[in-house]
Design a protein around this ligand. Structure first.
Ligand SMILES: Cc1cc2nc3c(=O)[nH]c(=O)nc-3n(C[C@H](O)[C@H](O)[C@H](O)COP(=O)(O)OP(=O)(O)OC[C@H]3O[C@@H](n4cnc5c(N)ncnc54)[C@H](O)[C@@H]3O)c2cc1C
Length: 586
């Protein structure tokens, strides 16, 4: 019966080529979750991805999913985390966004995870030692709220494995092998001759070598690649069609209700009917230079580690049928400080300084005056915000990360891994500056020499006492967790006194945008008068940040994206049920 309807419009003025219950735009975690939940709920679902790959920025991400009060925490005996998390978010957001959105997220997040684990082969484990990013606020946790995806065997996707987007090359080993954060930490102990790290390394490398006989990269997927791969597999198992390389040129609304799309596939234009709903999950606009220019603070970020496809087309599509953007908050983006380099093939590498170097002992970040401007160990979002704040008075963009030879060998710096014996190419390409004295380094990197000398001197005193009297580095569990636990008295403070000295420049880069489509707690896109545009939903980074552009902890983007994707579909299903009940009853 349903098939017979294809090709016939349910409305007077549209002739549909294809008919679905639910159409999802974008194949990141948010879009994949929406499509999967819709399929589980029995809806005829179509996923449209504008690029050739599944996963968007999600496939490049660390894959943490921040979901307070999750069932793993409860099983471990944690109680009352919903209230604690709400208190934390309240103190972070400070009333800037409707509280109902936060309450809904905290209530629905665990429900979404349980639902996926019960109804599909989506698997996580608790990320125990992952302190929230703003430890100074009430309700901040030491871990447990973020979950991490279990490793996923890409071979189970068969030929479709090639469809899964690649992680950032600089975050893989040997150009194609993935490791988790825990594995990376264990492998780094190889420099201390640990048997455990040797055996782990041998196991991972063997598997990788076998993989490379048949595949372009390792098939043991972890982090965000595992999440995207696994969700994709769940869709394939349910025969959900995915249209790649398909561009939606227009959304169709009838009587104010979003009910269809015009999609360009190859040379043809297809009119697609979406009977129950359209979900926008295009990942915001971090990759649009035009929108960055329009909305971002100055100096405008020129690079991003986010996926190239996230250019805000979905926001435009929604605005054309009445959707509105949220109000710009203090920030319109979520930030990484990144170093930039040209790859051998001429493309640009954007290396996000997430947790591996800034918090380690023996590094300072300085501005053009050679002065520190922040506790270097804060979260990447806060670090970059501090760059912008400091830049208002002293040029701080780019900022320079400065260390000595001991640090570089032990911890690495940006793209340079620990124990890298040959630095010539990094220096020749202009990525790494090197000098035999702090003064000479300052001149090479264009910062005030006297300022840098004083900064390094002060740092070396802090390293001895273990107290950073300027910025309090290493004073909280988040800082210390990313420091070096073996280093005393403060795991984040070490001397910079072993020449040669090195520096790498970092600039602000959006990992995603937080300015997006205004929605209610059901993920319905709102119009200028605050009323829902029926049939139209937004989630992931297409949804205006419900935490006002703040970054509570690792995994919050994916946690919010997946939760509001789930809520969108559930709302569409329940509205339909209610409509049917009324129709039958009436
Ligand atoms: C290195 C790195 C690490 C990160 N780690 C984490 C982490 O651990 N946890 C966390 O929460 N966040 C993390 N993030 C941020 C997170 O990855 C993103 O915020 C998140 O992936 C956004 O998810 P999304 O589903 O909204 O969009 P995306 O995952 O970006 O997917 C959007 C997709 O939509 C497609 N698209 C765009 N427009 C259209 C259109 N018109 N039609 C069809 N398709 C369209 C895009 O091509 C893309 O494939 C990280 C980011 C980076 C770069």
């Amino acid at each position: 019966m349903r098939d017979a309807e294809i090709g016939h419009s349910s409305s007077a003025n549209a002739a549909w080529d294809e008919e679905y219950d639910f159409v999802v735009l974008g194949s990141g975690a948010a879009g994949l979750t929406a499509a999967l939940v819709a399929a589980i709920e029995g809806m005829r679902t179509l996923l449209i991805e504008k690029s050739d790959y599944i996963g968007g920025t999600t496939a490049r991400s660390s894959g943490s999913v921040w979901t307070p009060n999750n069932s793993y925490q409860r099983a471990a005996g944690v109680t009352g985390d919903d209230q604690a998390a709400l208190e934390y978010l309240d103190s972070l957001v400070r009333g800037r966004v409707d509280r109902v959105l936060r309450e809904t997220f905290i209530a629905a997040g665990p429900e979404m995870l349980d639902y996926l684990e019960k109804n599909a082969d989506v698997r996580f484990q608790m990320y125990r030692h992952a302190p929230d990013y703003r430890q100074e606020l009430p309700g901040a946790a030491q871990g447990g709220r973020p979950l991490e995806p279990l490793p996923f065997d890409g071979r189970s996707l068969g030929k479709q494995f090639d469809r899964v987007g690649w992680p950032l090359p600089e975050l893989m080993l040997f150009g194609g092998m993935m490791v988790t954060r825990g594995e990376a930490a264990r492998l780094l102990k190889i420099t201390r001759f640990s048997l455990d790290s040797f055996l782990l390394g041998a196991r991972l490398v063997l598997r990788y070598l076998f993989d490379r006989m048949r595949y372009k990269r390792g098939t043991r997927l972890v982090l965000g690649n595992a999440l995207a791969g696994r969700l994709f597999k769940c869709l394939l198992d349910r025969d959900v069609p995915v249209w790649f390389n398909s561009k939606t040129t227009r959304l169709i609304a009838e009587d104010g209700r979003a009910c269809g799309l015009i999609v360009r596939r190859g040379s043809s234009e297809v009119r697609v009917h979406a009977r129950r709903g359209i979900v926008l999950a295009g990942g915001g606009f971090p990759a649009s230079s035009e929108l960055r220019e329009r909305y971002f603070p100055k100096p405008v970020a020129s690079y991003t580690a986010a996926f190239e496809g996230c250019t805000g087309d979905t926001l435009r599509l929604a605005q054309e049928i009445g959707g509105t953007l949220g109000p710009p908050e203090e920030d319109v983006a979520l930030w990484f400080p990144s170093s930039i380099a040209k790859r051998k093939d001429g493309s640009t590498a954007v290396y996000p300084h997430i947790v591996l170097d800034r918090a380690k002992p023996g590094l300072v970040a300085v501005n053009s005056a050679g002065r520190r401007f922040v506790d270097e160990a804060v979260s990447y979002h806060e670090f970059t915000r501090a760059m912008y704040r400091a830049h208002a008075t002293v040029p701080t963009i780019p900022a320079m990360l400065v260390c000595d030879s001991r640090f570089l060998w032990k911890y690495g710096l940006g793209m340079i891994r620990p124990c890298t014996p040959f630095l010539k190419t990094y220096i020749e390409r202009g990525y790494l500056a090197v000098a035999n004295s702090v003064e000479e380094l300052a001149r090479k990197i264009g910062v005030d020499a006297a300022g840098l000398v004083e900064t390094v001197k002060a740092n070396n005193q802090f390293a001895q006492t273990g107290l950073d009297t300027e910025f309090g580095r290493g004073n909280n569990s988040y800082d210390r967790g990313n420091g070096d636990a073996q280093h005393h008295p403060n795991p984040c403070l070490g001397p910079i006194d072993k020449p040669p000295y090195y520096a790498v420049a970092v600039v602000p880069t959006p990992l995603g945008t937080s300015l997006g489509l205004r929605t209610n707690a059901k993920s319905q896109v709102l119009d200028a008068s605050g009323q829902p545009v029926p049939g139209l939903y937004a989630c992931g980074n297409d949804q205006h940040s419900i935490v006002a552009g703040e970054y509570p902890g690792t995994g919050v983007q994916l946690g919010l994206g997946m939760t509001f994707a789930y809520l969108a579909v559930m709302h569409a299903c329940r509205s339909e049920q209610a409509a049917n009940t009324v129709a039958v009853g009436g």
